[in-house]
Design a binder for this molecule. Sequence first.
Ligand code: FAD
Length: 376
Amino acid sequence: MTRKSRVHAVVGGGVMGVATAWELARRGEAVVVYEATGVADGASGGFGYRGVRANGRDLRELPLMARAYEIWPELADALGSRTGYDRIGHLRLYEAPHEEPSSAHRARVQASMGIPSQHLGRAQLLEMEPGLGPTVRGAVHCPMDGVADHGATTQAYARAAQGAGAEVRVGRAVTGLISHGGRVKELELEGGDRVPVSGELLLLANSATATLVERALGRELPVWAVLPQVLWTSAEDETPPFTSLLGHAHRRISLKLIPDGRIMISGGWRGTWDRSGAPTSIPDHVKANWDEAVRVLPSVVRRTLEGAQVDRPESVSVDGIPVIDRLPEASNVIVATGWSGHGWAIAPAVAELLAAWVTSGNRPGLLGPFCLGRFA
Ligand SMILES: Cc1cc2nc3c(=O)[nH]c(=O)nc-3n(C[C@H](O)[C@H](O)[C@H](O)COP(=O)(O)OP(=O)(O)OC[C@H]3O[C@@H](n4cnc5c(N)ncnc54)[C@H](O)[C@@H]3O)c2cc1C
């Protein structure tokens, strides 16, 4: 890294941290990422693929998704590495009759906000996905939604950030923020060493951000940690039972067909922490997630449940959308956390906007809905 008058610090080497570092470095800014363990060791890694989905999102996030739609198809070329991005479309299924009008309205509103969306009845839906169960009545279809390989993409961002001049330091957690005169001037690292922060400090450590902020600056963010559950099935030698990314209007279910033929089942069921603090799955939640998968896609029952994972903590916020803002307690600190289970898809857009904020000094308008002031 060349000698620059200010060096920005990013805490967290998940997708948000390394993507923001890349965006800053390619704008000529000096930046160091501090990651406690390894790149993509948190929510940005783990089994399977992540949904790149606008369908069913909180409407306040749709402008970010519209921008993310533009970035995702070009990202592999820009980073010089595979992202596994595939625009396979998303179906938000419904079964209850009362979900028909709400789905039709959602399709219209999403389309008016730049997210191509169409309401499909059962006949049209079965032409697309003949393997769906008998209770499924229709869906909202977003053809521009898709999936990406989250581990590969996060590693690609980290390599590209380093290639553009960013430094990525792994293996030591940031344990404290040292402030003087209303700015954070130093970070304390595991083991007690301190490192200077001469530029902006971006706290992008997912759920750990809230802990750091509360301990060091005394502000309680309305954000906490959960352990999303992921199951996966055996691969079977059969015609792929579905091709789109599948979600549901009221069931906590998300189904993805992995390129190796296994099915990833997730959608909002959670694990917990045992007495020693280790993540552990809850048998009832595993069963409920599996049963819901079988309900919407009956052929799942012919497969074997091969694995369950709940060891990737994610931050959720009290109103289900992220908190992205400067902190009044320290003028050089920006936090971005509270992704609420859907931060992956918007990460390229958020990173671009955070870098624009740092370099211009002005908060981009698209980040306005995520300000702390909404809780005042
Ligand atoms: C199972 C699962 C499925 C998901 N599915 C989807 C999906 O389909 N679509 C979607 O859009 N989103 C999805 N998400 C959400 C998405 O993956 C996350 O919102 C996103 O990856 C968050 O990125 P991040 O960089 O903020 O956090 P992380 O990837 O968790 O990175 C934070 C990093 O900070 C590091 N860290 C923590 N504390 C410290 C410290 N004190 N000092 C230094 N470093 C520290 C951690 O080690 C970690 O590497 C899913 C999440 C999970 C867990």
